[in-house]
Design a binder for this molecule. Structure first.
Ligand code: ASP
Ligand code: MG
Length: 307
């Protein structure tokens, strides 16, 4: 049996990861965020769709006495409730289980269990998130370059420090230029990270009030073919709009009932946030082919699980 821990480059990779985790947490705390602990079992979780980027084959469910619980696919609803309850800026190092289609085995960027640094800010807009994330990415790259010089050399990886602000394109522009599956080609065509805005996806992302059919959401895309880094959006908070969009998406309203009840009581507020995949960031920084290559215990869809 090939044991994961014998791979020689896992040690420099995990040293880089250690720097990244420390810097991520410190950066967010310095910016005034409160760190929450992750929630792993819930009554309701992110439907992850309809998102062209998602391929989950089932929501992970567990039965606990009389409770039907799900494992966290993302903490989006918990984030919205937390900021609505007066926690203005929050982040969580959040483990997510997403049972992706096994045909995603070789995309290089899919895992069925991963961690994201998930954050949310009350009253924020897209531009606030862009500025914060750009500062975070630049800070992390600079710190890794100085604190992990040896590890980067060992891995043969050179990384450029990007300039703020990162370019912003609409998904429509990207599709026109690179075709329907623009992500990989657009990523390969760039030397620096860039933003893609306006995805038709989950009901909790806000539709542009001035431009119906357009959405105030975004992905950050790494350069050099590494693809998606982060997804997020400004949020919908109004009960009528939420239910309308759940229906439009053909989702089962009963599943979302605890969340809908909160929305119906008018508790939700405008906010914006995002989640940045930790393993994808480590893969980008260490220049590995597959995101599973940076995991000590690989969780790649369609691969046998050794431990
Ligand atoms: N965490 C993301 C968000 O804030 C959603 C996701 O996990 O894909 O929108
Ligand atoms: Mg995404």
């Amino acid at each position: 049996m090939q044991v994961q821990m014998q791979r020689e480059d896992i040690i420099p990779i995990l040293r880089i990861q250690t720097t990244v985790l420390k810097e991520m947490v410190n950066f967010m705390i310095d910016r005034g965020f409160i760190q929450l602990l992750p929630v792993i079992t819930s009554k309701v979780t992110d439907p992850l769709g309809p998102d062209p980027g998602s391929s989950v084959v089932a929501i992970p469910r567990i039965r606990y006495y009389d409770e039907e619980l799900v494992l966290t696919q993302s903490m989006i609803f918990h984030k919205q409730l937390a900021v609505a309850r007066g926690l203005e800026r929050i982040f969580i190092m959040s483990p997510n289980v997403r049972l992706e289609d096994k045909r995603r085995r070789n995309t290089g960027k899919h895992l069925f269990e991963f961690t994201q640094m998930d954050f949310e800010i009350a009253g924020a807009e897209m531009k606030d998130i862009f500025s914060l994330v750009e500062d975070l990415i630049i800070h992390i790259i600079k710190t890794v370059k100085s604190e992990n010089k040896e590890e980067l050399e060992e891995l043969g990886r050179e990384i450029r420090v990007p300039q703020k602000p990162f370019p912003v394109y609409t998904t429509h522009e990207l599709e026109e230029r690179y075709g329907k599956d623009w992500e990989i080609n657009a990523s390969a065509d760039h030397r620096e990270p860039f933003w893609a805005v306006c995805f038709k996806r989950e009901f909790y992302d806000r539709e542009d009030p001035e431009n119906p059919g357009h959405f105030r959401n975004y992905d950050l895309i790494y350069p050099e073919g590494f693809g998606e880094a982060l997804s997020g959006g400004e949020r919908e908070w109004r009960y009528e709009r939420i239910t309308e969009r759940i229906r439009r998406d053909g989702l089962d309203e009963r599943f979302f009932s605890p969340y809908l009840e909160v929305a119906r009581q008018g508790i939700l507020i405008p906010s914006a946030g995002a989640g940045i995949g930790v393993e994808r960031l480590i893969r980008f920084l260490s220049g590995k082919k597959h995101v599973g290559d940076v995991q000590l215990f690989r969780r790649v869809p369609g691969e046998p699980i050794l431990f």
